[in-house]
Every structure is written in C-alpha cells, then in structure tokens.
Design a protein around this ligand. Structure first.
Ligand code: 5AD
Ligand code: SF4
Length: 450
C-alpha cells in the first residue's frame, strides 16, 4: 500500500449491539486526541472506521458491501482510508485483509486502544492487523471521557463464558472479564461532569459483573449500582444485557431500593421450550425464567420487561415454536427483539442436524413479531394516564418537538420550551405505535407514578 496523507477527519460507523456503540465512541475519542475531527454530517471523511457485528450472517456480510460502496465512490465522493473494527474483524481479520485490499487496518474489540499506532503505520503505507485479546488492557490505555451527552454507555463487563450453542460472542469477545470498581466509578464521574444524567451499564453478561468496592468487600452488580446511585447528578441508571442464571437476590432487591434504577429489565430467554433451551445450552428452563420475572415484578410491579428470541433453531418443531408464543403471551413484554436463527461458523449449532428451512423461519418470525408488537402497543396504551419524567435525548421531527425516554424506556415525544438533557415531567396522553405522546406538566419535576 502507498504512503498516504494523514487523515484529518473521521467517521465511525457502528453496527450491532450497544457495546459496539460504546467502543465506537471510545475510538472516536482516541482519534480526537490524535488531532482528527469528526467529519460533519453529509461530508466526506478521510478515515472511515467500520465497527462491525458478527452475531448474524447478514450483519457480517454487510461489511463487504460497505467497503465496496466506499471505494467505488457511492458513499462519499473521495475514497477514504478504511479501518475494520468489531467482531467481524476479530473473527475474520485475515480474510478481510485478503479479500479487501482497500482496507488499511483491521482491529479487534479488545485491541482498539492500539488504533492510533496502527493509523501512524497505515499513513506510512503499512497495512496492519491486531486481533490480540489482552485481558482488559485497553481500558487503561484509553483517553478520559469527555463527550457531552445526557445519556451515556459505560462498559463494565465484557465477554461471555456461557457458550450458548448458536452464539459467536464467546469466540469474538472472549472470556468474561469485569472492569475494576474504582475505574468504573471514575469513568461514571467523568461522564456526569460531561453532562450525563443517565448511564447504561453494558456487558454481554452485565449481571455477571463482580469486583471489590473501596473497602475491599466483594460486590456484584447491585453493589456497583448502589455506589453509582450516590454520585451527585446521576438521575438514572440502567443495565443491559443480563443472563437469567447470573441474577442474584441483591440485584432483584435493588429494583425496589434504588430510586435511580429505572423500572426496565432486558432479560433474554431465546425460546419457550425446554428441549430447545437445553439444545441451546441455556442452562435454564422456561419455568425458572418465568419465576425469576415474577420476583422482579414482586419488588417493582410496574417493571417493563424486554427479551430476545431466536426462531428456527435446528430441530425446532411447530409445537416447540408454539411454546415460544406461549411464553410471550404469559410475560406480555413491553418490547422484545426476535431473530431468525443464523448458523455461525465454529459454533456447535451450525453443524446440528435438522436445520430449519428459511421459509419456515420467515413464517415463524412473522407470527412471533405480531404478538410482540401487540404487547408493545398494549403496554404503551396502558401507560396512558401516567405521569413520569422524560429525559430529553434529541429534537423531534417537528419544530419545537422533543424526544426522550420514559422510565420504562418508551420513546416519548412532546412540545415545549426545553433543552437537550432536561428531565421533564409529562403526562402520557396517547400511545402512537412504538412511541407515546406526552404533555409537559408545569411546573417541573414529580416522581414517576405507576
Ligand atoms: N442467530 C440468531 N440470533 C442470534 N443471537 C445470537 N446469536 C444468534 C444467531 N446465531 C441473538 C440472541 C441474542 C441476541 C443478541 O442475538 O437472541 O440474545
Ligand atoms: Fe451469546 Fe449466550 Fe453469551 Fe448471550 S449468554 S453472549 S447469547 S453465548
């Protein structure tokens, strides 16, 4: 590759999960430190970082079409320098380098703190791949947080030891690692100083987080949440994604004790059928999952529940799929995500017998999504009449309109003389599809009422 001029502007395009969004922000902060600036919307960037997702086939294939569009001038007028980051980089680094000569850098999710060095090399004309997985080294090497935003992500835990038989995460993100308690409190303080009023704690198995508090006591995620709740200026705490088997009594209890902990829980179940759950290596049953949700509802009756589902896992029969519909009927999720099973290379399920035909998967997904949508509309309709705080995250489409989230993570829109980051008390007056219309209550602030 020929030497290139040092890029002045950059764009990070993150795909997939919120952990990728977090990683994308941190890569941006490093590039800022190196003297680059984010490319203004609609303008060419000199460097484009594609921060990829490998969880399903479609997500992984997207990267090659994106590279093609960037080099052929379809996305911007001038071809940029390209870096591929994220889980596809981790899983297919060598292949990307061989298949896409336009790519200068390939960097895995545990190695992106080395991006600035790689960029210096790329400018000299040297292509570089770094997919090492050093335990947690990257966080210490990253610059301090300073992005201004009312909502922020904070990665507290990474990796996964669960080895669900369909999932690539244990291979791309590595073993479960918890970041140290004091580092997290420091990073949260920086985020609050930069304007964050809500922090979402992130991890592939966030509720497997564990550490030692400042007194040297072992604490789980609940202990971290209690400590964060004491920080001045932090109004809201959320966490995602949890695994049913890592739930402990303290975390359930925290939902009844910590005012800042929002009444929302994302707890994937994947299937409502015990034979499929076993084949998925989920190590819980439909019944044990339902009992767990009851405990959350016991301490926080208004809690909004969310989940993930996979349809068409190898061997799934119609009757087994109907168990998934039944669990949805039973839980009545406020929102949920559902996916067609996608065989991932190297995972045990990819070579199982009885892979399900695509048209059966399509049909099952449609039936499942119809129920999930039904319940989301019902949840939104049931909240009409409540008064709650909404944290403004952005401007709405119409002049004078604002968009933010309710405590139950619904998108709420309303009008009035406010600014980004305001916590506005609104009456929820009308469910409109996946969002809710609100009317501000004057004067400000009251507590959410169920
Ligand atoms: N195929 C389809 N969906 C998957 N997920 C993870 N792996 C696969 C796969 N191979 C889904 C699960 C998980 C979510 C993040 O993505 O539902 O909870
Ligand atoms: Fe993947 Fe299962 Fe780990 Fe979630 S718990 S990241 S689905 S292996």
């Amino acid at each position: 590759m020929k030497p290139q001029t040092h890029p002045k502007t950059y764009r990070v395009k993150s795909f997939g999960c919120q952990m990728n969004v977090y990683d994308g922000e941190r890569m941006g902060e490093m590039l800022d430190e190196q003297g680059l600036a984010p490319a203004p919307d609609g303008e060419d960037a000199d460097l484009v970082v594609l921060n990829t997702c490998h969880i399903r086939e479609k997500a992984a294939e997207k990267i090659y079409s994106d590279i093609g569009r960037l080099t052929k001038g379809k996305t911007q007028t001038k071809a940029p320098m390209i870096a591929v980051a994220g889980c596809v980089a981790q899983a297919e680094g060598e292949e990307i380098m061989a298949r896409a000569p336009a790519v200068s850098m390939v960097v895995g999710p545990q190695a992106y703190h080395r991006l600035p060095d790689m960029l210096d090399k790329a400018v000299q004309g040297e292509r570089a791949t770094d997919t090492d997985m050093p335990a947690i080294a990257k966080f210490g090497a990253l610059p301090a947080r300073k992005r201004r935003s009312p909502t922020a992500f904070l990665t507290v835990q990474e990796g996964c030891d669960k080895f669900c038989t369909y999932c690539v995460v244990p291979y791309t993100r590595g073993a479960e690692i918890s970041r140290p308690f004091s580092d997290l409190i420091d990073e949260a303080r920086k985020l609050i100083e930069a304007g964050a009023r809500e922090i979402t704690l992130l991890g592939q198995n966030v509720n497997a987080w564990g550490g030692e508090d400042t007194k040297g006591h072992s604490v789980g995620l609940a202990g971290l949440i209690h400590a964060l709740a004491k920080l001045d200026g932090l109004e809201r705490i959320r966490y995602t994604t949890s695994h049913p088997n890592d739930m402990d009594d303290a975390l359930i209890a925290a939902h009844g004790e910590v005012e800042q902990l929002m009444p929302y829980l994302h707890l994937p179940v994947q299937s409502g059928n015990d034979r499929i759950l076993k084949a998925m290596n989920r190590a819980h049953t439909a019944e044990s999952y339902l009992r767990l949700l009851e405990r959350f509802r016991g301490v926080r009756p208004d809690i909004a529940l969310s989940g993930d589902f996979i349809v068409g896992f190898p061997g799934e029969t119609e009757a087994e799929f109907e168990d998934t519909l039944s669990i949805v009927d039973e839980v009545r999720y406020a929102q949920a995500y559902s996916f067609k099973y996608s065989p991932r290379p190297g995972t045990p399920a990819a070579t199982m017998d009885n892979q399900i035909a695509p048209e059966i998967m399509d049909e099952r997904l449609q039936r499942l999504q119809a129920r999930i949508n039904r319940d989301q509309l019902a949840f939104n309709a049931a909240t009409v009449g409540r008064t709650c705080d909404v944290l403004i995250e952005r401007k709405g489409k119409l002049p004078g309109q604002w968009l933010g989230k309710s405590p139950w993570l619904q998108s709420v829109f309303f009008e009035g003389d406010f600014e980004l980051g305001d916590l506005v008390t609104v009456d929820l007056v009308e469910g409109r599809g996946s969002s809710v219309r609100g009317v501000p209550v004057q004067p400000a602030k009251a507590q959410a009422t169920a």
